[in-house]
Write a protein that binds this ligand. Structure first.
Ligand code: PGA
Length: 295
């Protein structure tokens, strides 16, 4: 399936550009990769929320009810705390996927607090997050550990969403592309081209996570295009054109449409706004002008 951009609308989005950060990015022409029909993927990351099973049930069913016959043709997933996975699965009635926020790369044994791929798979999970900046920063997860998680998830037949992204300092030093390159190459080491259909990438600039500072669509597009070029270098252009690259970092109902109109932005990974059924419902029902033309 191929996709072409049919028309454009002008939208406004409150976006934050860090000092100095605008010098490295310019608005790019639509890339050839927009010709590839990647199915949009909207996902929520609940993190350490909500606090009770009842709240999880209400939130998950409220989000599921926002998906209707008028919704875009989009994959939707919620990454939720382990203890709420089964509750959320039963609440959403198959309208969306429920994933795990992470896994231990080991099978079994003396890993207190660990949760294995087999455990989450046995309760119906397919998608698992890896490499979130909070896991990297707060829990000290290294690129090697994240790579072990990715390999375990893929080896066990599941799908992984690998999160990458630079800090504010790195952004201002023009290092966004370099940081993403290291995290992509190390995170995906050993994953074969034929396994990439079970991989999604979430580009999440750390300076935009939970801060209310959304990267401008142009900044996000520029880094997404760079990530796709890195994937083409690691695999080939065909493989790179098929991998979905999501943007994450303070995505809101106000910013999602402009972001989703960028040719290399294939979806969103949403934290704060995924805890509000109305906000996340609006994000799922984003409005894009990227009109699919089947050729
Ligand atoms: P945010 O979180 O939307 O609250 O910025 C995104 C994330 O951390 O995945």
């Amino acid at each position: 399936m191929k996709l072409a951009i049919a028309s454009f609308v002008v939208c406004s989005a409150a976006a934050f550009v860090p000092t100095g950060g605008d010098r490295q990015f310019s608005t790019t022409n639509p890339s050839t990769t927009e010709l590839y029909g990647r199915k949009p993927f909207i996902s929520g990351n609940w993190k350490l929320n909500p606090q009770t099973k009842e709240e999880a049930l209400t939130l998950a069913s409220g989000i599921a009810s926002s998906i209707n016959e008028n919704s875009p043709d989009v994959d939707v997933a919620l990454f939720v705390p382990y203890v709420f996975i089964e509750t959320a699965i039963s609440a959403v009635g198959g309208k969306l996927a429920v994933g795990a926020e992470g896994v231990c790369p080991h099978n079994s044994g003396a890993f207190t607090g660990g949760i294995s791929t087999s455990m989450v798979k046995s309760i119906g999970v397919n998608w698992v997050l890896a490499g979130h900046s909070e896991r990297r920063e707060i829990f000290g997860e290294t690129n090697d550990y994240i790579n072990a998680q990715c390999l375990k998830i893929i080896d066990d037949g599941m799908s992984v969403m690998l999160c990458i992204g630079e800090s504010l300092d790195e952004f201002e030093l023009d290092l966004a592309g370099s940081v993403c390159e290291v995290q992509l190459k190390k995170g995906l080491m050993g994953i074969r081209k034929e396994e990439l259909d079970r991989v999604a990438i979430a580009y999440e600039p750390i300076w935009a996570i939970g801060t209310g500072k959304v990267a401008t669509p142009e900044i996000a597009q520029s880094v997404h295009a760079k990530c796709r070029a890195i994937l083409a270098d690691m695999y080939d252009q065909e493989a790179a054109d098929e991998v979905r690259i999501l943007y994450g970092g303070s995505v809101t109902p106000e910013s999602v449409d402009d972001l989703m109109n960028q040719p290399d932005i294939d979806g969103a990974l949403v934290g704060g706004a995924s805890l509000d059924k109305d906000k996340f419902g609006r994000i799922i029902n984003f409005k894009t002008v990227k009109t699919a033309v089947h050729v």
